[in-house]
Design a protein. Structure first.
Length: 64
């Protein structure tokens, strides 16, 4: 996200009020990692979540 993003603006404003803010930068995740995340979140077999994960990955390119 760039500095113009509303979320980034909100985080910088929160930091101005002496509230602790921790920033964690994550890289994009690959399609297998996307499936693992979806599978574990839904408590379903990776085999069952593969079609959903493929759709999500196609739309987000790993930026969940």
């Amino acid at each position: 996200m760039d500095d113009e993003n509303p979320f980034c603006t909100m985080i910088s404003r929160v930091g101005q009020f002496s509230v602790g803010v921790t920033t964690v930068e994550l890289a994009c995740i690959d399609e297998d990692a996307t499936n693992t995340l979806i599978s574990e979140s839904l408590c379903l077999s990776p085999r069952l979540t593969r079609p959903l994960s493929a759709l999500i990955f196609h739309k987000t390119r790993g930026n969940l």
